[in-house]
Design a protein around this ligand. Structure first.
Ligand code: ATP
Ligand code: MG
Length: 774
């Protein structure tokens, strides 16, 4: 009974316990956010080890991030006592486990075990060489685009021989397949592989070498996978190869099955209607007896346990296939499917809001979630309005400080943004306030490549002796200035004791260089001379824009078809916009230098700033979700490219965001945001409307924030920052759109509740809620 259970099992609910103790056979835990899926996985590993079912090295556990893997290792250690684990399971991301496998069997993939892993830049450079070697025009057929295509193929586990005619034909006049093949051959000569190969090579090795695969079948007694809803096809193939035992019932060849898979949208809808074979929390499959407990023979079924939530599938744009989770019981016949319905993370209000929102998606399995938490002190989900992103950052900063005064740790607070450019306003604000923050899962705003490039241009304009900055951008975008030319500039600068920019100008007028680099340098020198003159006469933001345009830098990213390019352009616009607040280019650059110097605050008490995508699986006491406006969230790109399914993926992202919060949740939208370089008055996100009245509190009108006011109503902001271009414009959807929530706010007769609200600090809100609840 419960009382004799080992420590690590106590406190689990019956379904969780079932998921932990059903060690044999395939198990799927399909459950909503915060129901303890990850905790089940961790406890399951502890259980397997503590009961002697396997040695650590016989366990393979896949997490979505390296950070999650580290945390899981730590937790397992705590659960069963550090001293009790000898060695550690194979625990990591698909990629990190892939590297480990590939190092062991490199020769089977035609590599040496000391192969190098290429990053995206290397890959693009390599492909460009191949495109040129084929005599193709690399402007018409950009290397970045082809790198993207290869990545897509590899996500599907497709080698050059597997790709469909049409797919290959769409690039380089039908030469796509040849190029792909040449690329793989080139990698082999270089003793290198790309990220996709870390999965694809092991798949190929397993297929071609049954003995090797059999060794792993013997080795891995237990396989566990977290966030299964975001596995892509290659990861799925990889897992199935490891989980598919030849002794078992014959499973039709993988390849045949892959091609027969239904289209994502179609099968999602289907899945919504049909229940899996054994969905019931208490329904134990016949495979869960004592089978194989001490047996060393190969088993016919694999002990694979996958956990996930179809509602949190947010990587479709990168090739993830939510179908993998929806068809688990077909892939692994006799699977035990366990549903967890009790949420341990969030308050009833947060859970209620999230559940209501996600119900707007059509293609879903559907699930109920409940919580026992019923604390009258728990506040509702707060929705706040701000004039623009600066005010949003300022108000959130104040709310954080208010929480801090109430003895909340900064570590327990997070700001989750939809797009990375949103981070800039918060970083700037927090630096000003002296509030510690850390950016998780990516460089900080001013450390991004495109921002550093842009700043380098500005620095040279502001200070022509800034050689470091000059060197960074002298050949950006590419002007055919090779290393030799740059060395010549260096030498000239040193011998004449002049800055590099001046040396470049000198060289451009001499005959020491070949005509092409000479012309390029002449242009560079002329550009900077012109910009430096303009510095005295042109407003600095305008000049900054001109610099990026005339240098060809903006166009470089416009012509770039990689997935990151649009985000980089957004960041550049945000950079220019942020300059408005400074008097001059110099004072702006000074500010940046200070920001850059700020510590990343590792180990300190600090607010986390990250994208919604990288927040998956995490939880925080207090969560801020800024930028809930149409076009930003849901993101226009997702709507344009993905249509209805794009919108549904955005909504799942919103669900992920909402369910990260344990206790306090603050959602913000602004009335004016810089979109495509223009100030535009924005429309509150449709997701706001999808939040249920009963669980949401729209921050009421009040004058607690002297400076912030009604964005639409009065004219007080008409002459505010940004020239007030959006001021006075009405929400095109009119009042009715928010009527359901408006009833809650006590305001908004004229132009809708959201557009008529003031922001109120969180602590005041909490007080108001308290009064209300008692
Ligand atoms: P997500 O879908 O967001 O990844 P999850 O299902 O993996 O969520 P966990 O992160 O494992 O959920 O758990 C959510 C929180 O609930 C954690 O703080 C965890 O420690 C806690 N929790 C889970 N199960 C229990 C339990 N039986 N008793 C008390 N707390 C629990
Ligand atoms: Mg989890």
């Amino acid at each position: 009974g419960q009382n004799n259970a080992p420590d690590y099992l106590r406190g689990l609910n019956p379904e969780q316990r079932l998921a932990v103790e059903t060690t044999e056979g395939p198990v799927l835990v399909l459950a909503g956010a915060g129901t303890g899926k990850t905790r089940v996985l961790t406890t399951r590993i502890a259980h397997i080890l503590a009961t002697g079912r396997a040695f650590p090295s016989q366990i393979l556990a896949v997490t979505f991030t390296n950070k999650a893997a580290r945390e899981m290792k730590q937790r397992i250690g705590i659960l069963i006592g550090e001293g009790n684990v000898e060695g550690m399971p194979w625990l990591g991301t698909f990629h990190s486990i892939g590297v480990k496998l590939l190092r062991r069997h490199a020769e089977l993939a035609g590599l040496r075990s000391d192969f190098t892993i290429l990053d995206t830049d290397d890959v693009v450079r390599l492909i460009k060489q191949l495109i040129q070697a084929e005599g193709l025009d690399d402007k018409r057929w950009p290397a970045k685009q082809f790198a993207q295509m290869i990545d897509g193929w590899k996500n599907k586990g497709q080698g050059p021989a597997d790709i469909a005619e049409g797919d290959a034909r769409s690039f380089a006049n039908g030469k796509g397949r040849e190029l792909y093949k040449a690329y793989q051959e080139r990698l082999q000569t270089l003793n290198a592989c790309d990220f996709g190969d870390l999965l694809c090579h092991p798949i190929r090795i397993f297929r071609a070498n049954p003995d090797v695969l059999k060794d792993y079948h013997r080795r891995f007694k237990y396989i566990l996978v977290d966030e299964y809803q975001d596995t892509n096809t290659a990861q799925y193939m990889w897992l199935r190869l490891l989980a598919q035992r030849p002794e078992g019932k014959p499973i039709s060849p993988l390849e045949g099955e892959m091609s027969g898979r239904t289209e994502r949208g179609a099968s999602r809808r289907q899945a919504g209607g049909t229940a899996p074979s054994s969905v019931a929390s208490g329904d134990i499959s016949p495979t869960t007896g004592e089978i194989g407990r001490s047996s060393t023979e190969a088993r016919t079924t694999v002990n694979i346990c996958c956990v996930g939530d179809d509602d949190q599938s947010i990587y479709g744009w990168r090739g993830a296939e939510v179908d993998n989770i929806l068809r688990f019981d077909k892939d692994f016949p006799g699977a035990t499917i366990i549903r967890l319905e009790r949420n341990y993370r969030s308050t009833a209000h947060i859970l209620g809001a999230a559940s209501h929102l996600i119900a707007y998606n059509e293609g879903r399995f559907g699930k109920t979630l409940f919580t026992d938490r019923n604390d009258p002190e728990d506040g509702k989900v707060n929705v706040h309005a701000a004039w623009d992103s600066e005010e949003e950052a300022r108000a959130i900063g104040e709310t954080i400080e208010a929480y801090q005064r109430q003895k909340h740790n900064l570590n327990d607070m997070a700001i989750l943004v939809r797009a990375s450019f949103q981070m800039r306003a918060f970083e700037d604000r927090f630096i000003t306030l002296g509030l510690n923050y850390r950016v998780i899962g990516g460089p900080r705003f001013y450390e991004r490549m495109e921002i550093r490039d842009a700043l380098a241009f500005f620095r040279v304009v502001a200070n022509s002796t800034d050689d470091l900055a000059f060197e960074r951008i002298v050949n950006v975008p590419k002007r055919g200035l090779g290393e030799a030319t740059i060395r010549q500039i260096h030498d000239t600068a040193r011998s004449l004791r002049i800055p590099m920019l001046e040396a470049a100008g000198t060289l451009a007028e001499s005959d020491e260089l070949k005509p092409k680099p000479r012309a390029a340098l002449r242009e560079v020198a002329a550009n900077f001379e012109r910009w430096q003159k303009a510095l005295e006469t042109t407003p600095h933001t305008e000049l900054a824009e001109t610099i990026l345009e005339e240098s060809g830098y903006t166009d470089m990213w416009k012509n770039d078809r990689s997935a990151e390019a649009p985000g980089r352009l957004e960041n550049l616009k945000e950079l220019i916009r942020s300059m408005e607040e400074y008097e001059s280019l110099r004072s702006f650059l000074e500010h940046v230098a200070l920001v850059m110097d700020a510590e990343q605050n590792a180990g300190l008490d600090a607010v986390s700033i990250m994208t919604l995508h990288s927040a998956k699986g995490l939880e925080f006491e207090t969560v801020f979700l800024p930028g809930w406006e149409e076009g930003l969230f849901p993101h226009q790109r997702a709507l344009d490219e993905g249509g209805r399914s794009g919108l549904e993926e955005e909504r799942r992202l919103a669900y992920v965001g909402l369910t990260r919060a344990k206790k306090n949740l603050h959602i913000w939208f602004v009335s004016n945001r810089l979109i495509h370089g223009l100030w535009q008055s924005t429309i509150p996100s449709r997701f706001l409307e999808e939040l249920p009245e009963a669980h949401v509190e729209v921050a009421e009108a009040g004058n607690s924030y002297g400076g912030y006011g009604n964005p639409y109503g009065g004219g007080s902001f008409a002459s505010g920052r940004g020239g007030g271009q959006g001021a006075g414009r009405q929400n095109p959807y009119g009042a009715s759109r928010f009527d359901n929530i408006g009833a809650n706010s006590g305001g908004g007769e004229k132009s809708g509740a959201f557009s008529n609200t003031y922001s109120t600090p969180g602590w005041q809100r909490a007080q108001a809620n308290r009064t209300e609840a008692t």
